[in-house]
Design a protein around this ligand. Structure first.
Ligand SMILES: Nc1ncnc2c1ncn2[C@@H]1O[C@H](COP(=O)(O)OP(=O)(O)OP(=O)(O)O)[C@@H](O)[C@H]1O
Ligand SMILES: [Mg+2]
Length: 161
């Protein structure tokens, strides 16, 4: 299994290393969790629209919302292109005392043979620009990718709000 974890800032890395889960308080008006199936372009539109509404409800500023929505779009397009189907779970909640948005993109597609290469700018096996994953890594505060060839790919990213 290949695994890559961004060095990120020390707080983020420490939280990930401890496998802390993002806590979503359902009674809190600004916190929410949603699972978006990804199997078609229509699903991607629903993901982008739904995520945007969740971030607006959380009173997320426009710049952060744009980053998170762009990251979700890139991860969703990768699921569609390389795995055919999968899902993205969005959590807007808190980690420690900090407000955060987490995306978990999962599929059971072919996996990524060389994660380090896949994270380099301009590496693509699909005639793309090869800027999706490295772009997501730059847009978000934490980045964690696990992939097993033949079994699938799981990307967990977080952005402090
Ligand atoms: N979910 C996935 N399953 C299998 N392989 C993947 C997945 N996501 C990415 N990859 C692999 O990682 C490579 C790099 O992905 P990245 O998103 O950076 O570029 P791209 O999709 O090829 O092009 P772009 O996103 O710029 O249009 C892909 O070409 C593909 O080989
Ligand atoms: Mg891509």
């Amino acid at each position: 299994m290949s695994r890559l974890r961004s060095r990120g800032d020390p707080v983020a890395t420490a939280n990930l290393a401890a496998s802390s889960a993002v806590v979503v308080d359902g009674s809190h008006p600004q916190q929410a969790v949603a699972v978006f199936a990804v199997g078609s372009e229509v699903d991607l539109h629903a993901l982008i629209g739904g995520l945007h509404r969740m971030l607006q409800a959380a009173q997320c500023d426009a710049l952060d919302a744009g980053r998170v929505v762009t990251a979700a779009s890139e991860l969703g397009h990768n699921i569609l292109r390389y795995a055919g189907r999968g899902q993205i779970t969005v959590r807007i909640g808190s980690l420690g005392a900090r407000p955060v948005c987490e995306l978990v993109a999962e599929d059971r597609g072919p996996g990524i043979a060389d994660v380090d290469r896949a994270l380099q700018d301009h590496f693509s096996t699909g005639a793309g620009l090869g800027l999706g994953l490295p772009g997501v890594r730059r847009l978000m505060d934490t980045f964690d990718l696990e992939s097993q060839p033949g079994a699938g790919t799981r990307v967990v990213v977080r952005r402090w709000l």
